[in-house]
Design a protein. Sequence first.
Length: 203
Amino acid sequence: MISRLAEELMAWSPTELVAVILAILYLLLAIRQNIWCWLCAGLSTALYVWLFLEAKLYMESLLNVFYFGMAIYGWHNWSAGGRENKALAISVWPVGVHVTAMGVVTVLVILVGGWLNQHTDAAFPFVDSATTFSAIWATFLVARKVLENWYYWLVIDIVSIFIYWERGLELTSLLFLLYVLMIPFGIISWTRSRRERMQATAV
């Protein structure tokens, strides 16, 4: 595995390298609630649309088209999506909302994954669909600054490490390993920020 990774890193795609660097910057800035994370996200996802098409991960490619649109939405929401047109604050949503969302995701995975499995040469059609639809929901939560987004991403990214490695996107697989290691910092940072805001408004 180590020798394979070394060979791949020596011959990596410049496009994938740039996409990975921008994706890392996105997460670092998102952890800090810096609005410029959405610019990095938009540029990175535009590159990944092409990369995933080449890897025959069609749902992942479509997902990155969605990510691009969400980068625009996230920028707008973070800048003036809160009360009285002020910057959006971190929130926590009821468990019922998440249960309903996962129910919808499950139905979509069965339908879309089944169609891809029957009519295309898609790799890992059901897993690819599961990560895609879960990521759509998780990205919406990020754009709305919902704390629980980090827990969704933890599961999604762990699964993504496997599918990207198997499709020859080793550098992207390493990116998602880095994401998994960074997610706890996002949870801690956003939780602390929410607690401090609640204490400030309670005074």
